[in-house]
Design a protein around this ligand. Sequence first.
Ligand code: 3HC
Ligand code: NAI
Length: 695
Amino acid sequence: MTAISQSVDLDRRGAVAVLTVNNPPVNALSQHVRQGLHEGITQASADAAVKAIVITCAGRTFIAGADITEFGKPPADPSLHTVLDLIEGSSKPVVAAIHGTALGGGLEVTLACHYRVGAKSARFGLPEVKLGLLPGAGGTQRLPRVVGVPKALQMIVSGDPIGAPDALTFGLIDEMTDGEHTAAAVAFAEKVIAEKRPLRKIRDLADKIGEARGKPEIFAEFRKSVARQTRGFRAPGNCIKAVEAAVNLPFAEGLKRERELFTELLNSPESKAQRYFFFAEREAAKIPDVPGDTPAKDIRKAAVIGAGTMGGGIAMNFANAGIPVTVVEVAPDALDRGLGIVRKNYEATASRGRLTMADVEKRMGLITGTTDWNAVKDADIIIEAVFEEMPIKKEVFAKLDGLAKPDAVIATNTSTLDVNEIASATKRPESVIGMHFFSPANVMRLLENVRGAKSSKTTIATAMTVGRKIAKVPVLVGVCYGFVGNRMLHQRGTQAEKLILEGALPHQVDRVLTDFGFPMGPFAMGDLAGLDVGWRIRKGRGVKSPVADRICELGRFGQKTGAGYFRYEQGDRTPIPDTDVEKIIVDVSTSMGITRRPIADEEILQRLLYPMVNEGARILEEKIAIRASDIDVIWVYGYGWPVYRGGPMFWADQIGLPALRDRMLEFKKQSGDDFWAPAPLLARLADAGKGFLDK
Ligand code: 3HC
Ligand code: NAI
């Protein structure tokens, strides 16, 4: 074995040269990998004893793409294009041996090879779109030539990978192997040599793209079919244009067009935000004082207390991950109702073809309902989701303390109560933690894990690990009212209410946010969640919200009653502006002595979002969040902040903190309201010309 570069080795197996990439953790195409591949192919080509070349990878995966950390830095030779030209132009057959994930630039390397052999468990994809990019090393030109236009469009625009059996069916791989992938590829290469098979260059294939040539309607139709899910993103449009170029232009010109479209995206704010977010999401898994090797408890069995809105959804997450879960309720009818809703949810998914009925039964089989508390005795983790009242929570925790295994993790799904006080009801506060799921709990990816003052490192590590196991994105936060997400949301809500009293209308406020990229605005969200919940809480506390109270007094509780801030047609969730509500709002303004004025969209946006950033700054200063990027992860996964704008803290940095602070000071002057006082951290960073994310 000869070391070609720090990450590529060259070996010989008979007449086959084997180039092995070893660049942990995911064999990204860093400069030294490209260099090594270039040099290795050159050496193997020059060696008369070599008749074919295999490219394979060490470790857990084939090349998972370009090295994302190199984007935005000056390009370093050799470029990936140069390497791919060399591979494709090789006079000796080059075979890719693929295991793990061949993604992005990694799949593009395989497409420049003459043949591809894939492990049965391997996955193949072009996920660049998820980074706001397109496959920029020939992927948009070569993939349609192999798998055809419809499949290529679907793969490139969704960014989702396909498995080996699918890849074989579509011709993306030439052979699928159950055995060791490198050995299989070497055997394949030997067959190619023995049979004198031709060098199959994808660039020269035309049969699968011919059909779509000169047919713009195919692309227009596809654009329409993905319009809703790609709204606001820049990359999908360019991906489609690049595939269209593959169909209509000669290969070399298509490549040039791909390059232009790629460069446009690379320099776009959307891609910058999405690349930032890729690392932000992974960073959230890191907790400075709970290192990655902290032992987490193995979760073989879970229990959920309460089968209401949240409890049922939380139980589904465990069943979906194959973990048996017991749901404990106080009353049999509440239990039946809760588990009935779980079944209905699964059946609805099955009716859309996303689960088989056998899957439904299997998952339901993992969920056991009971009113017998002894059932929690063998659970490794217990998650409480009962009514949001401190005395009830404490009673439940005291009871669990007496029943749970000594090393069980006991979590609360509370959204507003003090996790430390709840933990104090037990003799083992070190085993207690908050696990704040978001509604609907079986759908929303965010999980705020709330670290109590006494939560042990093992408890924290367990909550983080099990969170990922049940397909959530866990972010660790500290104890405060509303934690991170809802505490910031509250600031936005306060301004939304003020804006409608000063002159805006609910549909204008909501539209500003949906134009920004949120799936819905605060008023439509209130209608969806039910306005009666907040009304009841306000009545209990003797607090008033003049417009919301008047709307509720009319029995308008939102979508469930067909009307709230908006009205709804039967069987349709589209919010329709309602003149009755507008009258109420104008009335309330008048009764409060407010002279209504037209409010520009820009002011609405700033007044809704700047206070959130300001609250984020306070949260950081109080160390409730570990880092600014964690706040962004919370907002993207929990509240639909558009990922192509990074998250509130990233977004604020792009605006520039001095400009943001100055605008807040203007609002403060205009309103005379201390609400607008910049948080000390924001003021300090702005003075220093820094951003939240500057190291
Ligand atoms: N570049 C640089 N670092 C990368 C990377 C990449 N392409 N992909 C992953 N990493 C890093 C992660 O940041 C993480 O680092 P950390 O341990 O310090 O946090 C580490 O590798 C492990 O990654 P994951 O935690 O994500 O590991 P998983 O096993 O869960 O997932 C994976 C592996 C499926 C490969 C996943 O990492 C992934 O999806 N990676 C990105 C793939 C991608 O987007 N490729 C396209 C790149 S763009 C491109 O190729 C352009 C080309 O067309 C020109
Ligand atoms: P819910 O009212 O739908 O369900 C609560 C369930 O707990 C009921 O089925 C009730 O019978 C049961 N219950 C009450 N006391 C019990 C006891 N002593 N033992 C066992 N079961 C008991 O309430 P929901 O909405 O599911 O909320 C539960 C918790 O989740 C609350 O702490 C809430 O703050 C929190 N939460 C709610 C969210 C939401 O959007 N609904 C979002 C995030 C957290």
